[in-house]
Every structure is written in C-alpha cells, then in structure tokens.
Ligand binder design. Structure first.
Ligand code: GLC
Ligand code: GLC
Length: 812
C-alpha cells in the first residue's frame, strides 16, 4: 500500500495523507543552517551543530508522535486548522505534502480557504524561508486570523532538555515591529541570536509559551489561538517562543501571501549591542530585507533549484527502468548529500545531542558524495584526518562545530583507519587532485605534529598491518564496522556502554571483515603510492595484501568451508562459523571479501555468495547474520543484546546489502546483483509502505529480519551509510561507470533483461555521453568506442582538452 506517489518531473514525493505510518521527513539546507521537517510540519532547526546551536525545540519520543515543529494556524470562525494537519489535527478537505530537493510544500484546504506553504533554506543565507499563500476559494468574504508558532531552544539542546533549574530563568527576547528576537544568554557569553519575522504588520504577538498555549494546553489547542487573540506577552525566563498574529480579509477568489523568515545571526563581539542590553539588529534586518517580497523569495527558490539541477546533472541515467532512473537521478544522490551533511547526528531517530560525526561513517558518506561537490569532500577528508592519532588509530567520532575528537567515546575501533584510505582514494579517483596527499594535517588536532595526508594514510595502513592476532588477521579492538561485535568488552552490568566499556584493544580477538577491507583499501593505497612514485612502498603494501588474501582463504584462518568466518573472539573461538550454535554466518565478510576480489579465482567467492543467498536472504533484503542470537553472549557484546531480528542481531542492515550486490557484480552475476539491489530500494519498497513504514523515497538503516515480530518493518531512516553504498553500487558497479585514477571505466553488470541504457557523467570537467548496448549480457565489455575510436579495456583515457566525449559500449 502506498501513501503517496513520486512526481519525477518535479523531483518530489507527493504525500497524499498526513496519516503516514511514521513521520515522513525532509531536510532543508545543505551548508550550515539546517531544518528537519516532517509531512505534518514537525521538526526543528539548527545552525552547524544539532547539539550546540539548536534554534528550535523538539520533543523526542513524544506523544502524540511528532508534535513540535513550526506551525501556522488558521482560525476561520470557530474552526482552527493547520495546513499540515498537525498539531490541531483538524480534518482537512484537502491535504498534500510535497517533499522536494531541499524544500517542502504543503497544501491544506478547509471550508473554502486554501493555504499553500513553501519552506526552504536559501543557498547562501542562514535562514529558513516560508511563503504562506492563503486563498479564498469560497463565494463569501472571509475574515480569518493566521498565527505562526515556533518554540525556541536555549541553544544547547542537551542542556535544554535537562538543566531546568537554570534554564527556566534564562530566557530573554526582544520584539521590534514584526520581528521577534530570541536572545537567551546573549547578555553574557553568546554573540548570536535568532529571529522570526513576517513581512507584514502584525496584529499581535506572543513570546511566552504559557501565554500562547495557556496552562495545561499544548500546541494542538493553544488558548490564545482559540481565543483569536495573542497577548503580546514578553517572555522572562521559562520557555520563550515566537508567535505572530495576522488578521486577514479575503474577498472571494482573493489570495494573500506572507513571507516568514527564521534566521540565525552572529555579531562580532565588539558589535553586539545597539544600546544597553539592546541587541544589534542590523544584520538581522539586512537578512530579513533580502526576503521581504514574493519576488525575492521566488528568485531565491529558483536559485536553490538551479543549484540542484547542476548537482544532479553530474550523474544521470536513462534506462527503461523508471525506478532505477528515479533513484539514481534524484533520491539516492539527494540522500547522499544529507548523510554527508549530517553524518549520524540529527534525524528523527538520532537526537542530535548524542554523537557528532562518525569517523568511519563520514569516510563512507564521502563515497556517495564526492562527485557532487569535491571541494567539500576535500575539506571533510582533512577534518577527519585531523582527528587521527599519531599511531594511525582515530577518534571514533568528532563534534562538527569544534572539529575535535570526542573523548567520551575515544578510539579503538579496528576498521576506522582503513576508511580514511577509502575516502581519500575516492576523492582522488574522482578529481585527479593528488595534491591533497601533500597537505599538512595535524594529529589529534595538534598542528605541531602535523604530517602530510599521505603520511596519515601510511599510518592508517600500517596500524592495521602491524596489529594482527594469532591468525595474522587484523585485531578488532572495540569493534569493526559492526559496532555491536564487542569482542573485548565482556560487559555483565546493565548500563555499561558496549562502545566504551572494557579494554579498547585485546591481543586475540580478530576480524575477518577488516581483513577484507585490508585487501580492498590496501590495494587502493598501493595505487596511491604508485601515483606518488613510491614504487617500493607500493610493492611492500601489495605483498602484505597478498599475504592477507591467503589468510582470508585459509581454512585455518578466514575460511569456514562454505563461507568466510566473521571473527575470532577474545578466547580465540570462531564467530560466524558452522561450529557456532547461533550466529553461524555473517554477511559482512562475504560481501566485503568478495568485493575486494578475495576468492574470485578459487571459487570461494561464488561459494560465499551462494551461502549468503541460502542462509541470509529474505524477500525484504539480506539479513546480517543467522541464526539470530537468542541469548546474551557476554563474549560477543551488544550484537546479542538485541531481540532476534532487530538491528545487528539478524536484522536486515541495509548498509551491507550493497556490499553483497557489489560482490555479485565482481563475479559477474548481474541478475542476482540487481535482485539484492531491488529488495531494499525505496522505489520498490514504496509498494509496501504499510509494512516498511519509513519514508519510501530514501533508505533506512535497518529492516526487521525474519526472526522479528515485524519482519519487513524499517527503522532509523535517512542517516545511514546505505545511501552512499547503494549509490556506489548502482552507479559504479551495476551501471558500471567507475572512476579510476586514470579515468572513467565503463564495465556494467546488469540483469539479463535490463536493456540498453545511457549514462551522462560529468567527470573532471569533461562531459561523457555513454551509451550501452546490452545484448542480453550480464557482464563483459566487448567493445569500447570513444569518439569513434576503438579502445582496449574498459577505461576511457582521460583527455582534459575535450569538453564532451561520446562513448559507445557493446556488452557481451
Ligand atoms: C550504525 C553506525 C555505523 C555502524 C553500523 C553497524 O549505522 O552508524 O557506524 O557501522 O551501525 O553497526
Ligand atoms: C548501537 C547500534 C549501532 C550503532 C551504535 C553506535 O550499537 O546498534 O547500530 O552503530 O549503537 O551508536
């Protein structure tokens, strides 16, 4: 069952009912100012950092679900309603929400009045703009009142939700004309404030929450709105808000339009005040003046759309499969931008007050983002590398505002160092910009011990190479990609964090998965060594990689007979082996070893993937492990803490489904690669939205596995490495347009009935127009013709002197 439909022409998902199975959200803003907005206008806003600079409040785990947001109320006689249905939940005559690329539109109709809201964050300003158009579609004159409402957060969202003894006494505001200013803590150490304004004179306002809502009321029935009269309250402590009242008369057929702007302003410390304790509003007024007419708003909206036109033109496919076209050309790339911006910090499942940016997460997010805005990817790589330790390990997370490593969680995740190679290699393969390797980058943010980025990568590789266990496999440390495989933790007390409890390293517990990564990214590192002319180093690295390859295939180490072992625990026992009672087979090493090319020549690759199909497959995707753990295994950690079928305990972790799909392309099985791709693909799961429940236009992190009560139900939508990996999978492996250090390679691996297709790719400033004749083949390039000239192999030689290149590929 569906709750809406795709509008590909406008790049929108059109939600037809406010009663979606879960809030279906969108992200506005892609630089520094961000808003999360649900299909019923719930959500919140922050500047740069969802924890430290939160502008508006959100209530987590709230009842009724998703109740705080930025609302417009319309009072028409005795009826009060919202264009987005919530929070009054007054039945609407018509409702529609269109989530677009960087904007959302709402349409509500009630008793002959139509309200259209367009909300977006402009490309170059720190504000959110909402254009509200009310239209009288009835035959009588209408006298209505419009009310706006936002609840301010006292900046630090964590403190805001806990430290009431202080916070109930700090709130301060100013009002000037239609502009309501939130200036809590500005009088002391902050030099930033927020403003919420409308481009029309107002009848009244409120800035104190109790005055607006009334005691024992909530946003669903605000007393001042029900009374039809805001009270001009001035907040003093408690909970400051911003609410405007506009009284509007509309003749039959008449429309009126209002622009609301929610902005963030920072003043230079010496220029904070206009007069004693009166904030300097000049920059706010200048900002508001930029959006004070419809024409200016429309121009800013056009600018946003132009920006996305450009970004989404970098990679486009035209195939006979609409769903693939839609995901590749629009939604998958859009989600890659969002995950790049947010990492795992702020969603409807990640509160934004917990973790900052993940080291491994951000490195992987780069893989799906780097082609969009390479300069930002470059900056991100330097930021991430700056949190690395001198010995090659890394902070597992860092805070986006300070860019410093998060010492609460610390270090010790065995896979982290190698992901830095993955991200850097992707950047150089995309851009050809090897100068990044010469950048001087601090360790642990200490510039006095800076080394080149190349040296950082060397230490990344070296750390893993020199930290091996009894089988010469890499040590796992706290965990590898699977955060829940905590083999050195041994926690027995409730509340101990699996991520930080116990030693961060142990001499015995090893990861086969990191072994697969070592092969994949060791090879990429060796290529970078070659690029830098370091042939001796490249040879040494390749020798280590070859040795690891053997270890992985050795049935006394990485190989279990029918599939790859997952790990060895701290007692040296196998994890993910036929010898285990539970957790006999895990997905990660099968996908990653094979995508790294391990076992492709010995038949073990094929065997491992056949085992995945036999033991882990479901109609909703491939599960992370089987059989699920039914009891808590102290020696394995968090993985066994989840009830069977959820999360890392036999859930369908969408993130590693593309690894399996990519692995299938590596061995040339296009049918199966695509089957795996389809199972978690939003454009396909849209049809089962009542089961899947999360947004049908983007990926979620996890779908409940076969052991779970709600098999097929998605959770934790939006912020997941799935976005980047599925984009890499479909664009680089299935459609096969893969950036190498020497140029674009075209080597598709598609299902037999996929048909001919074409890809347009802007790469290092050249536009490639690639058309593929499939010939019913799943893999294999029979002919590669570049501008009419036949070329050997699959790589199009890069020629910067050309603007456009025509590429014909014949498969077979
Ligand atoms: C979450 C984490 C990611 C981890 C994965 C598997 O998505 O953000 O870092 O790799 O879970 O545990
Ligand atoms: C829990 C989650 C896992 C996540 C980790 C870090 O372990 O199950 O998915 O990566 O927390 O926050």
């Amino acid at each position: 069952m569906k709750f809406g439909h795709f509008d590909d022409e406008h790049r929108e998902y059109v939600i037809e009912t406010p009663k979606t199975p879960l809030p279906w959200i969108n992200y506005l803003g892609s630089k520094e100012f961000f808003t999360l907005i649900s299909n019923t206008c719930g959500g919140y806003t922050f500047y740069k950092d969802a924890k430290l600079l939160r502008l508006t409040r959100y209530r987590y785990n709230d009842v009724p679900m998703d109740i705080n947001g930025k609302y417009f109320y319309i009072k028409d006689g005795d009826t009060v309603w919202n264009p987005g249905w919530k929070p009054t939940q007054t039945d609407l005559d018509e409702y529609e929400c269109r989530h677009g690329i960087g904007y959302s539109k709402f349409k509500g109709v009630k008793n002959g009045v139509k309200a259209d809201v367009l909300t977006f964050v402009p490309v170059n300003d720190n504000c959110e703009v909402s254009k509200l158009v009310v239209t009288n579609d009835s035959s009588e004159e209408k006298n209505i009142s419009i009310f706006s409402y936002v609840e301010w957060c006292l900046w630090n969202a964590d403190d805001d939700s806990r430290n009431f003894q202080r916070n109930f006494s700090t709130g301060e505001v100013e009002v000037k004309g239609s502009a309501i200013y939130h200036k809590t803590e500005y009088r002391e150490r902050r030099n930033h404030y927020a403003v919420y304004s409308v481009n029309a004179p107002i009848t009244a306002f409120d800035t104190a929450r109790d005055s607006f809502l009334g005691l024992y009321h909530y946003a669903g029935n605000p007393e001042a709105v029900l009374n039809g009269k805001l009270t001009n309250s001035m907040a003093s402590g408690w909970s400051p808000i911003a609410a405007h009242q506009l009284d509007v008369t509309l003749k039959p057929g008449e429309s009126k339009s209002y622009v609301f702007v929610l902005g963030y302003i920072e003043n230079p410390v010496e220029d904070k005040w206009e007069s004693h304790n009166v904030i300097n509003k000049k920059p706010a007024e200048a900002l508001l003046a930029k959006y004070d007419t419809d024409a200016k708003v429309d121009a800013a909206f056009a600018e946003l759309n132009d920006q996305w036109d450009k970004l989404l033109n970098i990679y486009t496919v035209d195939s006979s499969n609409d769903k693939v076209n839609r995901m590749v050309n629009i939604w998958n790339q859009y989600q890659c931008m969002v995950t790049f911006n947010m990492s795992r910090s702020a969603s409807y499942y990640e509160s934004g007050i917990g973790r900052g940016m993940g080291f491994r997460d951000s490195c992987q997010d780069l893989l799906g983002f780097v082609h969009l805005i390479p300069d930002r990817a470059r900056e991100r790589i330097i930021d991430i590398a700056s949190t690395q330790f001198e010995d090659g390990r890394a902070y597992h997370q860092y805070q986006p505002l300070t860019k410093k490593g998060n010492s609460d969680i610390g270090s010790g995740f065995g896979d982290d160092p190698l992901w830095l190679i993955a991200g850097t290699s992707a950047y150089i393969r995309e851009t050809g910009d090897a100068t990044i390797l010469d950048e001087m980058v601090p360790f642990d943010n200490d510039a006095s011990v800076a080394q080149t980025l190349m040296e950082h990568l060397r230490r990344s590789f070296g750390y893993v190479d020199t930290h091996r266990g009894p089988h010469r496999l890499p040590l796992i440390g706290r965990a590898d990609w699977n955060d829940c495989l905590n083999l050195n933790c041994h926690s027995t007390q409730p509340g101990e964090s699996f991520q930080t409890f116990g030693p961060s390293e142990g001499p015995v517990a090893e990861s086969v998965f990191i072994g697969g990564m070592f092969v994949k990214y060791g090879n990429e590192y060796a290529d970078l060594c070659d690029l830098k002319g370091l042939t001796d180093e490249a040879a040494k690295v390749r020798a280590s990689v070859a040795e690891m390859n053997e270890i992985l295939l050795d049935s006394n180490a990485g190989w279990d007979g029918e599939w790859f072992v997952r790990a060895y625990d701290s007692y040296g026992n196998k994890v993910g082996s036929k010898e285990c009672e539970e957790g006999k087979i895990f997905i990660e090493p099968q996908g990653f070893c094979v995508l790294a090319g391990v076992g492709t020549e010995t038949g073990q690759a094929q065997k491992a993937l056949d085992s995945v199909k036999e033991h882990l497959d479901t109609k909703y995707g491939v599960m992370i492990l089987q059989p699920a753990y039914t009891v808590y295994h102290e020696e394995l950690g968090e993985v066994s803490s989840y009830p069977p079928g959820y999360k890392e305990n036999a859930g369908i972790f969408c993130h590693n489904n593309p690894w399996v799909s990519i692995a299938e392309t590596v061995i040339g099985r296009g049918d199966r690669a695509f089957e795996v791709y389809k199972k978690t693909c939003p454009a396909y799961t849209e049809e089962i939205s009542e089961i899947h429940r999360t947004e049908p236009y983007i990926y979620c992190q996890m779908v409940a596995g076969a052991d779970a009560k709600f098999h097929g139900e998605g959770k934790n939508s939006w912020l997941t490495g799935t976005a980047a990996w599925t984009f890499v999978n479909i664009s680089q492996y299935i459609l096969g347009v893969y950036p190498t250090l020497k140029g674009l390679s075209v080597d598709p691996c598609v299902p037999a009935d996929f048909g001919d297709f074409s890809v347009k790719r802007v790469y290092r400033g050249v536009e490639y127009d690639i058309s593929v004749k499939q010939n019913g083949a799943q893999k294999g390039v029979k002919e590669l013709i570049v501008d009419g000239v036949k070329v050997e192999g699959t790589v199009i030689p890069y020629d910067a002197s050309k603007k456009t290149v025509k590429v014909e590929v014949v498969m077979g």
